[in-house]
Design a protein around this ligand. Structure first.
Ligand SMILES: *[C@@H]1O[C@H](CO)[C@@H](O)[C@H](O)[C@H]1NC(C)=O
Ligand SMILES: *[C@@H]1O[C@H](CO)[C@@H](O)[C@H](O)[C@H]1NC(C)=O
Ligand SMILES: *[C@@H]1O[C@H](CO)[C@@H](O)[C@H](O)[C@H]1NC(C)=O
Ligand SMILES: *[C@@H]1O[C@H](CO)[C@@H](O)[C@H](O)[C@H]1NC(C)=O
Length: 421
């Protein structure tokens, strides 16, 4: 390891002047559950009643979230995605839930979710159809905002299918204003930049003023290649996206797929650690009724959640890569730093990472208090600047730790990473 060549990323993070959407919500990243990645557009309640998009699914998830510690860990929003509506609006032009799959209606479902101390999220689309082909909100955004407020819904995921990209920004702003006009604070989850990036650089000042979080990049899949592509995209565009995040508005790299089928346990740890570093919404899409204990413990890990929810509200970013390691760092409150070291080599066994090779290590002058969080919690204690500590990281796994500089502060630190480019 000694003598390994690291490429230190030169990160120029200007302070971002723009104000967040002023609805009092998402002061820390949203935590909850959303049906899409795991349950998709399964409407077949006749032959697959346990897995179809129906009021039963959300009620069961809410029950489990209360009973199995999810709510106590901070997961709060139970969210419906596409495919919940009837294929036609009612005589007053309002969206209506599919009557066979939601016989009690959304208002009753919201009451049930609220009775558990949780919140309900719903889905709509700014175009003439949703991505799944259900009625879109184009021309109806005011009626739809009012309908969601009348139903006492707490979050709206607003998709961007079926509209010319030049009108997407206007569509998102229209709904933001319509939600505000209802007088009810409704958390607003957007996909504005995702639909603009193929054509133009999105206006993140406007996006932050309009939305509580925003998807930048492709839908997550239940695979390691999907997680890697999201991380690679986030690192490539970090100079643009990182400064736009802060209390009230966050970059959304999409759902946590931990507890499903496609990721090894090390890869699940990588997703959890990096979503915490990125100050990402922690919105799971999995089956909480049937999840393995290790995945559950990882998703409920209070130390990782505390990094994600850190009140300073700064998004972390990749600070170096080389020798098939990536280092990501996030400034935390109380002058601490979170550091994630991912082993991107997918052959061989655990490889040791020389801690002092991380850019953030320069904070540890003269020493730091180190707490290891992944792969397992361990207080490593006080370590001097001139350390020779090397820590193992599994293939496609991530080591996560926090550094507390002793006799030093982050403010002293110039946030100037040396570039060897
Ligand atoms: C509506 O917007 C105004 C101005 O930004 C803000 O003060 C108010 O809290 C918002 N209301 C809701 C319900 O979001
Ligand atoms: C936005 O709202 C304005 C005013 O109601 C309307 O004319 C326009 O068509 C809307 N645009 C979109 C994309 O919804
Ligand atoms: C981006 O949006 C902001 C706020 O809405 C606006 O003031 C600014 O002019 C926009 N920038 C560009 C390049 O369109
Ligand atoms: C180091 O951090 C651990 C975990 O937060 C804490 O228990 C311990 O007291 C700290 N030690 C010092 C010397 O600050």
């Amino acid at each position: 390891m000694a003598g390994a060549v690291f490429v230190f990323t030169l990160v120029v993070l200007m302070s971002f002047a723009a104000d967040a959407l002023d609805n009092g919500l998402a002061l820390t990243p949203t935590m909850g559950w959303l049906h899409w990645e795991r349950f998709m557009c399964n409407t077949d309640c006749k032959t697959d009643p346990d897995n179809c998009i129906s009021e039963r699914l959300y009620m069961q998830m809410a029950d489990v979230m209360v009973k199995e510690g999810w709510k106590d860990a901070g997961y709060e929003y139970v969210c419906i995605d596409d495919c919940w509506t009837f294929h036609k609006r009612d005589a007053q032009g309002r969206l209506q839930a599919d009557p066979d799959r939601f016989p009690s209606g959304i208002k009753k479902l919201a009451d049930y979710i609220h009775s558990k101390g949780l919140k309900l999220g719903i889905y709509a689309d700014l175009g003439y159809k949703t991505c799944g082909g259900y009625p879109g909100s184009l021309g109806y955004h005011e009626i739809d905002a009012q309908t969601f407020a009348d139903w006492d819904v707490d979050l709206l995921k607003y998709d961007g299918c079926y509209l010319e990209w030049k009108l997407v920004g206007e569509g998102y702003i229209n709904m933001s204003k319509a939600l505000n006009n209802t007088g009810k604070s409704i958390l607003y989850s957007c996909e504005w930049p995702l639909y603009v990036w193929p054509f133009d650089k999105p206006n993140y000042t406007a996006i932050r003023e309009t939305c509580n979080h925003w998807r930048n990049y492709a839908d997550v899949y239940d695979s390691w290649s999907s997680i890697k592509s999201i991380l690679d995209w986030s690192a490539k565009y970090q100079d643009i996206i990182v400064p736009s995040a802060g209390p009230g508005g966050w970059n959304d790299p999409d759902m946590l797929v931990i507890g499903n089928f496609g990721l090894s346990h090390d890869q699940q740890e990588s997703q959890m650690a990096l979503w915490a570093i990125m100050a990402a919404p922690l919105i799971m899409s999995n089956d909480l009724r049937d999840i393995c204990p290790r995945s559950k413990a990882l998703l409920q890990n209070k130390y990782i959640i505390a990094i994600n929810q850190d009140p300073l509200g700064k998004q972390g970013y990749q600070t170096s890569k080389g020798n098939d390691f990536e280092v990501w760092e996030r400034p935390l409150s109380e002058n601490r730093l979170a550091m994630a070291v991912m082993n991107r080599q997918e052959i061989g066994g655990p490889r040791r990472f020389f801690l002092a090779a991380a850019p953030g290590w320069e904070l540890c002058n003269p020493k730091c208090n180190i707490t290891l969080i992944l792969p397992k919690y361990q207080e490593l204690g006080v370590v001097p600047l001139q350390t020779d500590l090397m820590l193992p990281v599994n293939p496609s796994g991530t080591m996560l730790l926090t550094l507390t500089p002793l006799q030093n502060t982050l403010q002293d630190h110039k946030l100037r990473w040396n570039s060897t480019l």
